[in-house]
Design a protein around this ligand. Structure first.
Ligand code: FPP
Length: 252
């Protein structure tokens, strides 16, 4: 089944909470890490599809600040999987003109993971296609408090003044500085919450939840989610009439 998608109405920035790897594995009497390994296959499909469709920014919640509290064996296995994925996929990223980016507290990541990330970021830095952002050791509240501390330090140092602090300035101090806000958020596995992901950036994002666990999320489901996005009217606090007037004007 192929969905008819309007190429002019795709989200510019798509964010995904890839949830349900553990449950997928447990339902099959498999180890949780097997679920993550299968999840990495879904990541490959989504990255390939998003880039083919012309989505400009794809942001994946790969490891949260809170995930450090999981059993050490699972944390280690996830870090190894991540490193393996990045190493294996960099050649494909080059072919597909995809640029790697990372958000989150990188100082908490193991040194070897950081080296792999630095290498992949440097290699793909000149690519002009999709920006693939991995959220690693990422938490929205942590990001906001780091940004606030950085702003406070710059006020103390005199590089900015208190009066300069605005929504736009705050935006630039976030890990996502330079990225547009997500237009669409997909969360798999039936949980209907944000779980400390992109708290500031999701203010006007369209949210989509599916019961499917991440390892079972297929290309058809992905297209179905994007078709659902295309059916929505985004108002950004305006009325429907105001929006259609704006549309009329922009067509003139
Ligand atoms: C949530 O499932 C998923 C994670 C905590 C890790 C996501 C990682 C991957 C999809 C694989 C590696 C990533 C990349 C970018 C290659 P869960 O374990 O919380 O599932 P559960 O809620 O069913 O326990």
């Amino acid at each position: 089944m192929t969905m008819l998608l309007d190429p002019n109405k795709l989200p510019v920035h798509l964010a995904i909470i890839m949830d349900g790897n553990g449950r997928w594995a447990q339902q099959r009497m498999l180890k949780r890490i097997v679920g993550h390994q299968r999840g990495a296959e879904t990541v490959k499909m989504v990255v390939e599809q998003a880039s083919l469709l012309g989505i400009k920014y794809l942001t994946l919640f790969a490891f949260s600040s809170e995930n450090w509290s999981r059993p050490p064996l699972e944390v280690r296995a996830l870090m190894t999987l991540l490193k393996k994925y990045i190493r294996q996929e960099t050649a494909r990223m080059m072919r597909k003109n995809i640029r790697y980016n990372v958000i989150g507290n990188r100082s908490e990541l193991p040194a070897d993971v950081n080296e792999t990330l630095d290498d992949a970021i440097a290699k793909t830095a000149g690519n002009t296609g999709m920006v693939l952002t991995l959220a690693l050791s990422y938490g929205g509240r942590q990001e906001l408090s780091r940004a606030a501390a950085h702003i406070a330090q710059d006020v103390i140092d005199g590089t900015i003044s208190v009066n300069d602090i605005s929504v736009d300035l705050f935006d630039r101090y976030l890990d996502t500085g330079g990225l547009p806000d997500p237009d669409f958020l997909i969360r798999t596995s039936g949980e209907m919450r944000i779980s400390n992901f992109l708290l500031w950036q999701l203010a006007y994002t369209e949210l989509y939840f599916t019961d499917t666990n991440w390892p079972d999320f297929t290309i058809n489901e992905f297209h179905k989610a994007l078709a659902n996005f295309q059916s929505r009217e985004r108002r950004f606090g305006l009325t429907g009439d105001q929006l259609s007037q704006r549309g009329d004007l922009s067509n003139e």
